[in-house]
Design a protein around this ligand. Sequence first.
Ligand code: HMH
Length: 218
Amino acid sequence: MGTIETWMMKHSLLFAGATRHPFIRSIRDGTLHLSAFKRWLEQDYIFVSAFVPFVASVLLKAWKESDDNSDMEIILNGLATLEGELKWFKNEASKWGISLSSSVPLKANLDYCSFVESLMSSDVEYTVAITAYWAIEAVYQASYSHCLEEDSNTPAELKEACERWGNDVFGQYCFSLQQIANRCLAKAPDDLVSKAEVVFLRVLKHEVEFWNMSCGGT
Ligand code: HMH
């Protein structure tokens, strides 16, 4: 069992808090207010705009620090996917009548974007950065795939969003990030493993606050 699997058992309640949040549960049971979905959409476009340079920074670290050439290809693939994702946000926003150019980030989003930006620093080790990358993607994958399960009642107009992150190919992608992170963590000294664990937990906290914000809370 890898470090990530150990953490997932140790912090299963916190992981569930981020992936079974009322925002996700209400998409799944068809009771989400569309205003909340629109707020999420508008805010997540801003988040993804900051996430792109973060993934680029992970790519740079893989090139400098990784002992496995295939890491770079996997990360590059993720980075390339984000181009389509930004386009998807723009297209989805126009369907919902939202103007992305005039949107401003709310507090929880600003906090999450600053956290992500802090991880772009060259002082942050590849092991920590790849763990954060995995965690950020894994929360969305686990959350949105939950909305696509057989017994879900997800409204048709939200299915496309759920499929972006809930599809099996993305699930496989997250698993490949998990394997990279596990390999790095297996070789890392204890203090670095602890640092990565703290970053994992901070991602979970930011994700919960991001859902809260989307629901209309703070
Ligand atoms: C807030 N977390 C947030 N937005 C996203 N788009 C992802 C994770 C996954 O890409």
